[in-house]
Design a protein around this ligand. Structure first.
Ligand SMILES: Cc1cc2nc3c(=O)[nH]c(=O)nc-3n(C[C@H](O)[C@H](O)[C@H](O)COP(=O)(O)OP(=O)(O)OC[C@H]3O[C@@H](n4cnc5c(N)ncnc54)[C@H](O)[C@@H]3O)c2cc1C
Length: 467
């Protein structure tokens, strides 16, 4: 990466040249288009989740804004929906489409840092791992998530929460400006567009795939801490009730410098775990953990100080094999009661033996809750924890029991939460997704959709509907 004195300088060269003119109507398919049946098509339609099996009419790989504009115009000539893909991690495959065209901007990559080191322009397809390592070179960072291969466009447009999120808020909260190509193939820059305020507001947590193809995200950076403290505590699942009860009383009340996650899992071993990251001293955290949890019963009670970037790599999820999964999610504002905690433990104990089943509680709130629900399109600003119901399988015969477990767990626990869901943990089972993902922001999101894509060219099962 190059850092200039006079402003933004490209890390990826010509791919980030500013757009002078967008070519007009184009009937020939753009370069690097995989139409159904062509060689390479099956690899091109693969997303992270092996469960998905959608068949787009074509997948167009773009490397700059001009190619995106051309791809949209070409897709418009053929009709059908247009799906947008960056990192391909969408839980339900909303970045794919049956019969329509996928515009893939995974190639729009790069991180450019402003001369004073306080801001960065990031290409839509840049993955979190690349971003962390580039910004590490200048001692800055962003509060992205844990998995390195998640792309920043999908992450940020849906919200984006990670291990320093209680201290620094969401990725969406650090977004200052966005560039996208709209449904007519026109460049819209929130800094110069008459509708710029609405474009930026909707791009800050309203959900990706709805308004146009984001090509560039401009963030205000945070100072990267030199060191962080990681912790990993583990008990046999027999202690699950005690561990979750203690976590519920403790994690949301912690200072913003601490994010703690509680996991109840069946595979590779039946365990209750508490893991996380602290921006402070190891001695203080050790004393805090000793007070909060029963160390005597623990199988593991590790606390370790390391450079920030080493911690990022520790949590990166490198090398995880591609698998099938189904997720569901709830947010909670107040702790679960003893009966629900016992029910959560029982759900994991009776999980199907060969499908991996996890209840994951993330400490939430802190800086995220400094903003009002309508300040950005991300509405969940009063919550203290996020709950994910996660299940994974490799053998297709396990899909039914895994799904049944996730649905059962959701039916048992969700009524005792705030009954809201994270758009980035999307779930096709939800019929009330408008309210659960977007709350009172949905009406404004529809108005933005109407401004940018009135004929609903960018559409998918839980997409924002134009007015
Ligand atoms: C292994 C794993 C770990 C995760 N960890 C975290 C975490 O720590 N924190 C967290 O908050 N979330 C996390 N998530 C959820 C993640 O934020 C979402 O799945 C996110 O939407 C993925 O973005 P993507 O670009 O990689 O995926 P994609 O499938 O490419 O896109 C996801 C959505 O964004 C839209 N989109 C993608 N690119 C663009 C674009 N350029 N312009 C407009 N719309 C676009 C798509 O149409 C789709 O609706 C994780 C997901 C996985 C699979």
């Amino acid at each position: 990466m190059t850092i200039s004195r006079g402003g933004f300088v490209s890390a990826a060269g010509a791919a980030f040249a500013s757009i002078a003119a967008i070519p007009g109507r184009a009937s020939a398919p753009p370069a690097r288009t995989f139409v159904r049946g062509s060689r390479g098509y099956d690899a091109a339609r693969r997303n992270e989740n092996a469960r998905l099996d959608l068949h787009p009419r074509a997948i167009v790989f773009c490397k700059d804004q001009n190619e995106v504009a051309r791809a949209i115009r070409w897709a418009n000539e053929g009709g059908g929906p247009i799906a947008i893909r960056s990192g391909g991690h969408d839980y339900e495959g909303f970045s794919l489409t049956d019969g329509g065209v996928v515009i893939d901007v995974g190639g729009l990559r790069g991180v450019e840092v402003s001369s004073d080191g306080t801001r960065a322009r990031v290409g839509a397809g840049t993955d979190a791992g690349t971003m962390y390592h580039r910004l590490n070179e200048v001692g800055r960072t962003l509060p992205a998530g844990t998995c390195h291969s998640v792309a920043l466009a999908g992450l940020t447009t849906g919200g984006g929460f990670g291990l320093i999120g209680r201290r620094h808020g969401l990725m969406a909260d650090r977004l200052e400006r966005v560039r996208l190509i709209d449904a007519d193939g026109r460049l819209r820059d929130s800094a110069h567009d008459p509708d710029g305020e609405e474009i930026l507001w909707a791009s800050r947590g309203g959900g990706g795939g709805n308004f146009g193809v984001v090509t560039d995200l401009f963030f205000s950076l945070v100072e990267q801490p030199a060191n962080v403290v990681l912790f990993s505590l583990e008990w046999d699942l027999a202690h699950a009730e005690d561990v979750l009860q203690r976590w519920m009383a403790w994690a949301p009340a912690q200072p913003r410098e601490l994010v703690a996650i509680c996991l109840l899992q069946n595979i590779p071993a039946q365990r209750a775990r508490v893991i996380g990251e602290y921006l402070g001293s190891q001695a203080a955290l050790e004393a805090n953990l000793e007070r909060a949890f029963a160390r005597a019963d623990a199988l593991d009670f590790s606390v370790e100080t390391m450079p920030f970037i080493a911690a990022v790599d520790r949590y990166a999820g490198y090398g995880a094999a591609r698998t099938s999964w189904k997720m569901k999610s709830s947010y909670g504002a107040v702790p679960l009661g003893a009966a629900e905690i016992a029910a959560a433990a029982a759900l994991v104990r009776r999980a199907p033996s060969e499908a991996r089943c996890i209840l994951q509680f993330d400490g939430f709130g802190g800086a995220v809750n400094d903003l009002a629900p309508g300040a950005t399109a991300f509405p969940h600003r009063t919550m203290s924890y996020s709950l994910q119901y996660r299940t994974y399988w490799n053998d297709v015969h396990l899909a039914a029991p895994a799904y049944a477990w996730a649905r059962d767990a959701f039916a048992v626990l969700d009524p005792h939460t705030a009954m809201k869901s994270y758009r980035n943990y999307c779930d096709l089972d939800l019929t009330d997704w408008r309210e659960r993902y977007h709350g009172e922001n949905y009406a404004r999101l529809r108005r933005v959709k109407t401004l940018l894509d009135p004929s609903n060219r960018f559409r998918f099962p839980q997409g924002i509907e134009p007015a």
